[in-house]
Design a protein around this ligand. Sequence first.
Ligand SMILES: Cc1cc2nc3c(=O)[nH]c(=O)nc-3n(C[C@H](O)[C@H](O)[C@H](O)COP(=O)(O)OP(=O)(O)OC[C@H]3O[C@@H](n4cnc5c(N)ncnc54)[C@H](O)[C@@H]3O)c2cc1C
Length: 392
Amino acid sequence: MRGTAVVVGGGIGGLAAALGLRRVGWEVTVLERSEAPDDAGAAISLAANGLRALDELGVGAAVRAASRGQYRGGTRTPDGRWLARMDGAALERAVGSPIVGITRAELHRLLRAALPAGALLIGVRALTVDQDGPGPVRVGCADRTLDADLVVAADGVGSRLRGLLLPGHPGPVATGAAVLRAITERPLPLDGEFELTWGGGAEFGHIVLPDGRAEWHAVLPLPPGTRFADPLAELRSRFGGWHAPIPALLAATGPSAVLHHDLRELRTPLPTFAVGRVALLGDAAHAMTPNLGQGACQALEDAVTLAAAVADAPDLPSALSRYDAVRRPRAQAVARAARQAGRLGHGLSNPLAVAARNAAMRLAPAGPQLRAILRHHAWEPPRPGGSAPRPA
Ligand SMILES: Cc1cc2nc3c(=O)[nH]c(=O)nc-3n(C[C@H](O)[C@H](O)[C@H](O)COP(=O)(O)OP(=O)(O)OC[C@H]3O[C@@H](n4cnc5c(N)ncnc54)[C@H](O)[C@@H]3O)c2cc1C
């Protein structure tokens, strides 16, 4: 089946959806309200499932070339002791790729560059969606109306379209934590590429980028809306006594580079990822806590699955019902696992609970730990003919 689509939101999910639909012959327009994403100064890690999806979208090779494999690392305590090691080579053997790190700016640039000129309309905010009656779906903006056979709501965690389509859903909630993050100004000599450190109620982590700079993040329990006059000074006071290289990462960061976001998630799962002729995709459908580094990877899986469904199905209702049936259980299971990982990680602050968790992690054999990760990273795209994606 072929047709026209309007994608609302030009983030990772929306751009990927547009690439996927174009590859199966659809004519696509993406509406994006902002010039640049508000987290363009950060980086992102992509697991094998996200990279596999990017391969299907035709940009996997370019993204891999602009990324760095995260081979050595793991989870530590603030005094530097290891709780678990992460072996990127073992992941690569099992699912074809270690986790890779890339700047968000570069990932956006590559996704945007793969679209034809004119397909992405910047500075256009979708306000309404109307699908009453037999005609096309109408997306209303301040200065224009766009008609399409299919609309993709990829407008992020605060999705306006989700609110219009599913008015009974409570929407996103604040998790009670904030993340502060930045890319260092310069390369640093680091022993491992990927580290996560859990102290009571707080987390610090980093990944390394191709040019040797690192992206670090700190998760703190903070009421939404809290902002620091001098975020670096605040972080030095909280994390300055933690193990190397944490103080060095903070020291290598420019004060204006620090981004501060309150974390939100869709704690109440959506009852459907498709309403009429509108598909919900990415954070609009399943915004999750970042603890497994899977939000964007799941958005990329959505994009590939949606494209395969519309290419295969005889009509749009069966395509969207297939998209919902394939994607909702998987994305919502990953979201639950991410929430659980956060509760067991930076979410634990009671010293006894922290000690019990740490002891359990030190004793846990590597095999089951790797298998737990692989459950999320292993993914096969749907094949023409309707076969569902299956865990590898
Ligand atoms: C701290 C943090 C770290 C993370 N780390 C990882 C990671 O390592 N790996 C990973 O896979 N995921 C990670 N994630 C999750 C990942 O960032 C998101 O899941 C992903 O970016 C979602 O993409 P999206 O396109 O669905 O939404 P968004 O990126 O939010 O994009 C939505 C877009 O829609 C636009 N928009 C909104 N409303 C309208 C409108 N009405 N009209 C037009 N445009 C509109 C917005 O401007 C925005 O550009 C992390 C998230 C956080 C918060």
